[in-house]
Ligand binder design. Structure first.
Ligand code: GLU
Length: 488
C-alpha cells in the first residue's frame, strides 16, 4: 500500500508530460521506498542494542544508558517512536540487521572494524575508544602482545577484540584465546576480577563504566590505536537512514548535546580518575557494608534515597567514621559542632548518629529552599547549601538572576558560584566571600557517587548487603523498579 501511494504522488504529475512507457521504466525504481521512507511511514524506529551498562539498561528511573539516550534523541528528532531490542550476541545483532522485518539500526557501542564491512554500514564516529588488555592485580602486568602467549584469554564472540586477536595470532601463532557468545563485557571483567580467566580485551569506555565494580581489574596496555564507535545499518545501496544518522550526529556534536551525554555517562572517570575508580570499588566492598544499614534506616526515616546519603558520606569521609578535619568538622558525615548539636547528635564519631544527623541536615536544607526550585535541581541545591551554606547559595542565585540566567537551575547557578571567591563579585553580595568553587565540585562528585551506587544496587538487591558477596553488576537484570523515594 505504501509503495502504491508513493507511486501515485511521485508520478501523478508526470503522466501528462511523458509517455506511459517512459513512466513505467522511470518510476519502477521509485516504487520501492527507502529505509527512511519505510520507517517514517511506520512511525517507529526499531533499534537493536546490547543490554549492558555502557549501552542500555534499566536504573531507578527506567530505561537508560549512553546509547539509549543518544538514540532516543535521534528518534525524537525524526518524530518517531523508539522501539528497543536487545541482542543475545554480537553475531545475532549483525544478522538481525539484515532481516526484512528486523531492526533498522544498531546502537550498541560498536567499533567500525574492517572485518565488519560485509555485515553493516557504519555511521560517523560519536565516541573514540581504545581497546585495552585487562589483567588481574597481583599477576604480572602484561605490557605487550608477546605477554599474552600462554594466558587464558576470553573475549566476546564476534567482537572487535576477537577480530584483533585473530590478526595478532597470524603474527604470534602460539597465541590462544577463546570467544564466548554467552557473556557480556561485565562478565569478562568479573571473570578477570575473580581469577577465572587471566586476560580479556575491552574498550576503554566499557572499562570506565565498570571499573568501580571490580577492584582487582587493571589495564595491562592499550592494544592498538584509538578506534571509532559508530552506529550501524544494514549493508547495501540504501544510505537514506545512514545519512539521517550522520546529520543527527553532526548536530549533536555542534550543539553540545553529545558532549553532555559523554559527561553524564563517563564523567565519573574524571571525578574518580583511574586509581580512584578501583579505590572506590574497594571501599564499596570493604567499608560500605558496615554502614549500609544505617544509611538505609536514616534515609527511610527521612524519606530520601539512601544512596544519595551514602554518596554524601563517601564524599565527606570516604566512609570513615573517625574522619576529622582542621576546620573542626568530624565524623562520617563531617558535621560541624553546631550542626551536630542542632540535629541532636551527641557523638559525631558514632557513625550511626552521624548518618542520622546528615540525613536530617540535608532534609532541613531542602526545606529552606524556595518553592520555585524543583527536583532534581532541588537536591543539588540542597547539597550545595550543605557544603557552602544557604546564605552564600542565595547570594549566588541573586548573581545568577542578575546575569539573566535561571536562579532555579543548578546548571546555571553552578556557573556563577565560583564568583563568590572574587572580590569584584562577592563585594556586591550580602554574605560576602565564599569558596564558591567547592560546592560545585562537591555536588558533581556526589552525583557521580550516587550514579555509581545506583548502578551497583539494582532493585533485586534491595534489602541485601554487599557484605554477603552480592556485588552486582548493572545491566543484567531488567525487573521492574521499586517506587522511588527521591524523584531524581
Ligand atoms: N566495542 C566492542 C565491539 O565493537 C564490544 C564491546 C567490548 O567488547 O568492549 O565489538
Amino acid at each position: 500500500m505504501f509503495a502504491q501511494s508513493v507511486f501515485r504522488t511521485r508520478c501523478a504529475g508526470w503522466l501528462s508530460a511523458i509517455g506511459i512507457l517512459l513512466l513505467l521504466s522511470g518510476c519502477a525504481e521509485e516504487t520501492k521506498p527507502s529505509t527512511l521512507e519505510r520507517i517514517q511511514a511506520e512511525g517507529t524506529l526499531r533499534v537493536i542494542t546490547r543490554n549492558s551498562p555502557a549501552t542500555y539498561f534499566e536504573d531507578r528511573n527506567g530505561e537508560t544508558g549512553f546509547e539509549y539516550e543518544l538514540v532516543k534523541r535521534f528518534a525524537e528528532d525524526l518524530g518517531l517512536k523508539l522501539e528497543i531490542q536487545t541482542a543475545d550476541s554480537l553475531d545475532d545483532l549483525f544478522s538481525s540487521l539484515k532481516k526484512p522485518d528486523g531492526p533498522v539500526l544498531a546502537a550498541a557501542g560498536l567499533v567500525s572494524t574492517p572485518g565488519r564491512s560485509q555485515s553493516a554500514l557504519f555511521s560517523d564516529e560519536y565516541l573514540q575508544v581504545t581497546p585495552q588488555v585487562i589483567y588481574r592485580n597481583g599477576q604480572r602486568r602484561p605490557t605487550g602482545p608477546e605477554d599474552l602467549i600462554g594466558k587464558r584469554i576470553l573475549v566476546l564472540k564476534g567482537s572487535s577484540h576477537a577480530e584483533q586477536l585473530a590478526a595478532l595470532k597470524l603474527q604470534y601463532p602460539e597465541l590462544n584465546y577463546e570467544e564466548s557468545a554467552a557473556v557480556e563485557v561485565v562478565d569478562l571483567l568479573r571473570m578477570v576480577d575473580e581469577g577465572q580467566i587471566d586476560i580479556t580485551l575491552v574498550d576503554s569506555n566499557e572499562l570506565a563504566m565498570n571499573q568501580v565494580y571490580f577492584p582487582n581489574v587493571r589495564v595491562g596496555f592499550d592494544i592498538g590505536e584509538a578506534q571509532k564507535l559508530a552506529w550501524a545499518v544494514a549493508p547495501g545501496e540504501d544510505h537514506s537512514l545512514l545519512d539521517e544518522v550522520n546529520a543527527f550526529l553532526k548536530r549533536a556534536k555542534d550543539n553540545g548535546s553529545l558532549q553532555r551525554l559523554k559527561d553524564r555517562y563517563y564523567g565519573h572517570v574524571d571525578v574518580l580518575g583511574y586509581v580512584g575508580a578501583y579505590t572506590f570499588a574497594q571501599h564499596l566492598q570493604q567499608r560500605l557494608p558496615r554502614y549500609e544499614k544505617f544509611f538505609r534506616d536514616a534515609a527511610q526515616a527521612h524519606k530520601i534515597d539512601w544512596r544519595l546519603l551514602a554518596a554524601i558520606g563517601y564524599q565527606e569521609s570516604l566512609w570513615q567514621p573517625g574522619a576529622t578535619s582542621k576546620t573542626g568538622v568530624r565524623g562520617l558525615m563531617m558535621l560541624t559542632l553546631r550542626t551536630a548539636q542542632a540535629m541532636g547528635v551527641s557523638n559525631r564519631l558514632d557513625p550511626k548518629q552521624s548518618i542520622v544527623g546528615g540525613a536530617k541536615y540535608i532534609v532541613y536544607m531542602k526545606e529552606q529552599l524556595p518553592e520555585s526550585i524543583q527536583e532534581p535541581d532541588r537536591t543539588w541545591f540542597a547539597l550545595a547549601a550543605y557544603n557552602v551554606g544557604s546564605g552564600h547559595l542565595e547570594d549566588a542565585r541573586k548573581l545568577t538572576k542578575a546575569e539573566g540566567l535561571n536562579p532555579d537551575k543548578w546548571l546555571d547557578v553552578q556557573k556563577i558560584l565560583p564568583r563568590l571567591a572574587q572580590k569584584q563579585w562577592f563585594s556586591k553580595t550580602r554574605y560576602g566571600y565564599a569558596r564558591g568553587g567547592e560546592p560545585v565540585h562537591f555536588v558533581r562528585n556526589i552525583r557521580r557517587y550516587y550514579d555509581i551506587l545506583t548502578w551497583v544496587t539494582q532493585p533485586q538487591l534491595e534489602g541485601t548487603q554487599f557484605a554477603e558477596g552480592n556485588q552486582h553488576v548493572p545491566g543484567i537484570d531488567k525487573r521492574p523498579q521499586p517506587p522511588q523515594t527521591t524523584p531524581l
